[in-house]
Design a binder for this molecule. Structure first.
Ligand SMILES: O=C(O)CCC(=O)C(=O)O
Ligand SMILES: [Fe+2]
Length: 343
């Protein structure tokens, strides 16, 4: 995987930047921090900025970039929480959260979903008791089938960013760039036609994202409306192509676990062939503590192998963000021009 490894002087430079920001911002979820993030990101080391910028500009077919080597302080991040809602004072991950957001801001604007993890922009991927058999990032024993993140949604991220804090059992993330898929032009043409439907994935269900304290009644009403939209997308999903953009080097939009086989026989066969090609191209990618991994969500699918959770405070723990290149496109779903939360 294309990887850039932070050098000691770059780590020191980054730490000085993060210390300054942490001193001025109590929470990274505040608009005050998010509004400053893209400017502050200019103070990251130049070599790192160049690598992320080139990943955005040239859209390499490899579709993944790893920024490696941030020294995660085990004591400072504390034990892996039992739930994304239960960060205690012993879990100081502000430096890691900020670094992920700053790097993500070099690609676009990090966003959150009101229907996911309480509307937070930075998600926790950690195994939650009771989610063992759920097809969500907080599950464990269930394979997460490869997918485009939030494939069902027109405002899905252009990029997915994940930072690894802890992965003691070396549980692999799975990954395949669409460039590895080789299908004849007639198959590709069928896949680029609107034969397919994708229903919302389970991470947007009330049982996985709700129960958040401190919302005003007005916010609660908006979140209810957002859940209603998700229900509508479940009940009557629009018909879409799974390949789009340049026919010679297409972008991809699919999440087979939440798709039914299309009615049209040619579409059904083409999709089955596409799935076989992706399965054959799928690779394991073990994220190490301190790795920040960006996936081009238009050019690749990803998933996660099953694992046995420990529930002992040392469980696998990643942070995740979604990044859009153009925040404006979703303006009708956000409360203000600068708000990052989609309703
Ligand atoms: O845990 C991982 O490595 C990836 C999980 C995933 O696909 C997700 O949460 O969207
Ligand atoms: Fe995912």
């Amino acid at each position: 995987m294309p990887t850039i490894t932070l050098q000691p002087d770059e780590i020191a430079e980054t730490r000085a930047l993060l210390d300054d920001l942490a001193g001025r911002h109590a929470s990274l979820e505040d608009e005050a921090f998010l509004n400053e993030a893209d400017l502050a990101a200019h103070d990251l080391p130049r070599r790192v900025r160049r690598a992320v910028r080139e990943f955005r500009l040239y859209e390499p077919a490899s579709a993944m970039l790893i920024v490696r080597g941030w020294p995660v302080d085990e004591d400072r991040i504390g034990p892996t929480p039992v739930h994304w809602q239960q960060h205690g004072p012993e879990n100081d991950t502000r430096q890691e959260d900020m670094l992920l957001l700053l790097l993500g801001s070099l690609l676009g604007a990090p966003i959150g979903w009101s229907t996911q993890q309480g509307g937070r922009v930075v998600h926790d991927l950690l195994p939650i008791k009771g989610h063992e058999h759920e097809q969500v990032g907080t599950g464990s024993e269930e394979l997460i089938t490869w997918h485009v993140e939030d494939a069902f949604h027109p405002y899905r991220g252009d990029y997915l960013g994940m930072m690894c804090l802890r992965n003691p059992d070396r549980v692999p993330t799975t990954f395949a760039p669409i460039s590895k898929v080789n299908l004849p032009p007639d198959r590709m043409a069928v896949l680029a036609s609107p034969h397919f439907v994708i229903r919302p994935d389970n991470s947007h269900l009330p049982r996985n994202g709700a129960g958040v304290n401190g919302r005003t009644p007005a916010e609660e009403a908006l979140v209810s409306k957002a859940y209603h939209k998700i229900e509508q997308m479940c009940a009557s999903p629009e018909h879409i192509p799974v390949l789009f953009g340049d026919p010679g080097a297409p972008y991809v939009r699919m999440d087979p676990y939440f798709m039914d086989p299309p009615e049209d026989p040619a579409a059904r066969e083409s999709f089955a062939e596409l799935m076989r090609e992706v399965d054959a191209a799928l690779e394991d990618c073990v994220l190490e503590p301190g790795d920040v991994c960006f996936i081009d969500n238009y050019q690749a699918v990803h998933g996660r192998k099953p694992f046995k959770a420990r529930y002992d405070g040392r469980d696998r723990w990643l942070k995740r963000i979604n990044v859009v290149r153009d925040l404006r496109k979703s303006r009708e779903a956000r409360l203000s021009a600068t708000s990052r939360v989609l309703y």
